[in-house]
Design a protein around this ligand. Sequence first.
Ligand code: IPE
Ligand code: MG
Length: 251
Amino acid sequence: MLYPLYNRRLRRQLRGLPKPAHVAIAMDGNRRWARGEGYDDVRIGHRFGAKHLEQFLQWNADAGVTCVTAWVASADNLRKRDSSEVDYLMELTESVLADHVRRDHRWRLHVAGQLDLLPDSTARALKEAVDLSRDRDAGDLTLAIGYSGRLEVLDAVRAVLDEAAADGRSLEDIADELDEETISRHLYVPGLPDPDLVIRTSGELRMSDFLLWQATRSDIEFCDLYWPAFREVDLLRALRTYGRRRLERSR
Ligand code: IPE
Ligand code: MG
């Protein structure tokens, strides 16, 4: 009942504070949330979790955040979880996430991860949504799916070496010229700003291989709530903490 009031107060407090251009979210705790709500089928947690991302995007847009990266599933999730759970996550990616991008004209979609780990139909649905949203310019949404930060850096280095080999350059030259900028340009989604703020839900105090390269200077907010229970006030609070810290540091 009191949340609309609290929301308004938080919004007022955010005025004049530095705002992150890029927020990344590790959406964790779907299965624990489902069990806590009395559902035996953890897929219900995943369904709520996927629908919840739509709301999270709206809250970010309302708060003026124009770049969001959401961690849908790690490479390990796809390799190690039961195939029926992974199949369901893929189905949700197609029917909820890619579909949201089709309908919400705000977001230009990017995909980060090992796309060869995805079933053809999921890779196709994502690619279609990427193509369809290519010319939008109000916001950038990256879905990290089949994602590992270490593999992303490894893939970037491989791409640099492949290009150099194709150009016939020597190993010495490559070693001499290799710099941060070159690696950054070969990440899965080049050209976006690094995340200013990374939020992880469910009380886990780890980064777990999320945005290894990009998040070296990010502020991190750990939130105890399971992802489907994360509310707009929790985002606004995280933005307030971020804004106050940045202001403090700039003094
Ligand atoms: C996050 O929720 C979604 C994915 C990683 C696919 P989890 O499925 O990790 O749920 P918990 O953390 O086990 O509760
Ligand atoms: Mg988890």
